[in-house]
Design a binder for this molecule. Structure first.
Ligand code: KG4
Ligand code: ZN
Length: 335
């Protein structure tokens, strides 16, 4: 069977993205972000996100097709994020993709954004095959999953409260860092030492579960108490200490998952996986445990359309096509 050409489209938050893959080979990968517009408001304003998508989607898709060196008539299927995300934002990409598929008479594939994050690893290594353990660490989710097949995985454990990316963003706000907080916090942490005591957050306990709300509160209390006493403190040390506490537990439970499930491969996905400290720690822990680690490049950890096309390919091969009545979903339970 020839490798299908799949166009992926993503518009769940503040990135309008389109990419073309041929089998697992990435031919183009376009992103237009409204983050600079949103940063004036200190976070994503849903209505602005929707309007920016409307403005950008046509050009981003055209560029993806041109840079892939193909004609739109060559495309075999369109894969688009239908959820989870901001409804107005999702509807822009979803409606565009439906019209595109209808116009060309080709199949339309509805992709769960989270499954997209997990599928990013397939673009990294053409030989990647389940079973493997996946770490999912994004702005909305934190979980360890066991991928049994390309389309079936089970959740070993997840967060009991905040997601790890959400905790990065909240702590970044406490430290007066601009939006988007995660990358700024990582930069600040590089200048500090992890010497501020932090709670261990279910490290070595709680099965595969995570908890981040206590960690955020610990940072808030530390900064608040120091300010009340008129003491100075190092924001960089706080950032480094938070980062270590937030990420070491992810590494520990991911490696334990691989050992307990008896698999030899680990993958990861989601915006927080762009973090250099996490990438280094996962790399050394997997090396020590004799595990193969497949990490998507940083660009494919944060929101992008290559991962949506990659998940689209798995669904295409499984024959999972969607009807043009497909709706957008603000949230989809992690199964
Ligand atoms: O996967 P993603 O782009 O969007 C969701 O699907 O949620 O993840 C966004 C999250 C944000 O919370 C952002 O602060 C975090 O990923 N993030 C990072 C880094 N880059 C993005 N967190 C820590 N370090 C980073 N370098
Ligand atoms: Zn995402």
């Amino acid at each position: 069977m020839k490798n299908p050409l799949i166009l992926g489209i993503e518009s769940s938050c503040d990135e309008t993205a389109a990419a073309v893959i041929c089998g697992r080979v990435l031919l183009s990968d376009e992103i237009a972000s409204s983050a600079s517009v949103q940063s004036k408001f200190g976070g994503v304003v849903p209505e602005i996100a929707s309007r920016e998508h409307l403005f950008a989607v046509d050009g981003v898709v055209k560029r993806a097709i041109d840079r892939a060196g193909i004609k739109k008539e060559d495309i075999d299927a369109v894969a688009v994020t239908y959820g989870a995300g901001l409804l107005g934002a999702l509807l822009v990409g979803l409606s565009f993709a439906k019209g595109f598929a209808y116009g060309l008479g080709i199949p339309f594939i509805a992709v769960n954004h989270i499954r997209g994050h997990l599928a990013a690893a397939y673009l990294e290594d053409e030989t990647l095959k389940p079973p493997f353990i996946s770490l999912l660490a994004s702005g909305g989710h934190t979980a360890v999953l066991f991928a049994e097949t390309e389309t079936k995985s089970s959740v070993l454990g997840g967060t009991r409260d905040d997601a790890v990316g959400e905790a990065f963003d909240k702590v970044a706000r406490i430290l007066s860092l601009p939006y988007p907080g995660g990358p700024h916090l990582e930069t600040l942490a590089r200048e500090g030492n992890a010497c501020v005591p932090m709670p261990t957050m279910l490290k070595g306990a709680g099965g595969y579960d995570f908890s981040y709300s206590g960690l955020k509160t610990a940072v808030l209390n530390y900064c608040h108490n120091a300010e009340q006493r008129g003491e100075t403190y190092s924001r960089a040390d706080v950032a480094a200490s938070f980062q270590r506490a937030a990420l070491d537990v992810l590494v520990e439970k991911t490696v334990r998952g691989a050992r307990e499930k008896g698999v030899d491969t680990v993958t990861a996905g989601g915006g927080v996986v762009a973090n250099g400290y996490l990438r280094e720690k996962l790399t050394s822990a997997c090396k020590e445990a004799g595990l193969r680690l497949v990490l998507p490049i940083k660009r494919h950890c944060t929101d992008n359309a290559a991962m949506i096309a990659s998940e689209g390919l798995l669904q295409y091969r499984a024959g999972n096509f969607a009807a043009l009545t497909q709706n957008a979903e603000a949230s989809i339970p992690l199964r």
